[in-house]
Design a protein around this ligand. Structure first.
Ligand SMILES: [Zn+2]
Length: 376
């Protein structure tokens, strides 16, 4: 039995940074200035209270699921299979500028797809858009998919026409198809992939399995304990899903990366593994300014705020995608945490009528990222 709870500091000897700084097996959902929203077993919450934290139980996980994970909500999103069909269709309808590539296979043998969009192969400027490293973050499939659809549908007019004449955009909306399928059929809140770990637990967190500063932290949000939600895996790139991305990036040498997640409405840039800012001042300025510009573009659509910040300001993570793409390839790399803002609004289970407005507000930010990284 798990509970969704709000955890605050209730004694002078503890802090929220400390709570995130040790591997306690908590499923951290939101981090605010003065509280953390997480899912945990009741026994874990009692332990937190004994340590000096204030715990307010918000909702039993079951009640949360019955409120948000309705049949209608499930029907509103892609499955691995319908995504494959729709990506095939986009490629078939626009053969002059879109090609579907299988870039790898998941542990359970599901294909991992990327749609390459651009008039010709092998251009110098290419960028990569990734979705759904984390199984339960279904909106993070839809926004990249809708971006791909937008690009092929608007290929006849500028600015898209100009971009597709000179560069390429690769869109892989579902990096973790096994986990996604499991979240549809067994456990809506499943996060990791479906690796059978030696201790009997299941899953490696693909967004902690990349090979830059991999495994350098052992904390609640980046854990060496296999049963934890953020288990980093036995070694960097131990998982076929992250190897698929690694091989694609090594082959194509992208000039920018956007990786979509949900939720919390954030625009995160490296580093995640350290509180230090990135060392190169020009890179730092460029990333911060791009994040701030994307924040404004998103806000101007539906007045939703996506806070721009260094990734480690949210919580420490080692081995995430964007630390690796920036650290290894020195390219602008962002993690965008989509709607909603809070657990009360659905958290990971966003009502499907929010897909369209989420896409509408993210569209100008994604297009600005394309403009800035392709038009260099
Ligand atoms: Zn995520």
């Amino acid at each position: 039995m798990t509970v969704i709870a709000k955890v605050m500091v209730a004694a002078p000897q503890v802090s929220l940074a400390q709570l995130l700084g040790v591997p306690l097996g908590l499923d951290v959902w939101e981090v605010a200035e003065d509280h953390v929203i997480l899912r945990a077993a009741e026994a874990q919450l009692e332990r937190l209270e004994r340590m000096g934290y204030g715990v307010e139980q918000l909702q039993m996980t079951e009640a949360y699921l019955s409120t948000f994970a309705t049949a209608e909500a499930i029907a509103g999103y892609h499955s691995a299979q319908t995504l494959e069909q729709d990506l095939h269709q986009l490629a078939e309808d626009h053969p002059e500028l879109a090609e579907l590539h299988q870039v790898g296979s998941s542990l359970e043998g599901r294909p991992i797809w990327a749609l390459r969009i651009g008039e010709r192969r092998g251009s110098a400027d290419k960028l990569l858009v990734l979705g759904c490293h984390h199984a339960r973050e279904w909106l993070a499939v839809e926004v990249p998919y809708l971006l791909a659809e937008h690009l092929v549908s608007n290929a006849g007019s500028d600015p898209v026409q100009h971009w597709l004449a000179q560069g390429e955009i690769w869109v892989a909306p579902m990096v973790n198809p096994d986990g996604h399928e499991y979240s549809r059929t067994h456990d809506r809140l499943w996060r990791k992939n479906r690796r059978q770990n030696p201790d009997g637990s299941v899953g490696v967190d693909p967004n902690r399995n990349y090979g830059y500063m991999w495994g350098t932290l052992n904390v609640n949000t980046s854990s060496h304990v296999p049963s934890d939600q953020t288990y980093v895996g036995p070694r960097a790139f131990s998982e076929p899903e992250t190897r698929a991305v690694r091989n694609l990036v090594a082959r194509e040498l992208f000039t920018g990366v956007l990786s979509y997640h949900s939720y919390s409405q954030l625009i995160l840039y490296p580093w995640g593994y350290t509180a230090q800012p990135i060392a190169d001042p020009d890179d730092h300025t460029e990333l911060r300014e791009l994040a701030e510009d994307m924040h404004k573009l998103i806000r101007d659509v539906h007045d939703e705020h996506y806070t721009p910040q260094q990734s480690s300001q949210l919580y420490p993570t080692a081995g995430d995608t964007t630390d690796w793409t920036y650290g290894e390839y020195d390219i602008p790399s962002f993690t965008i945490e989509l709607r909603p803002d809070t657990q009360e609004e659905g958290g990971f289970i966003l009502p499907p009528d929010q897909i369209q407005p989420s896409w509408e507000e993210n569209r100008p930010a994604a297009l600005e990222f394309i403009r800035r990284t392709l038009d260099r």
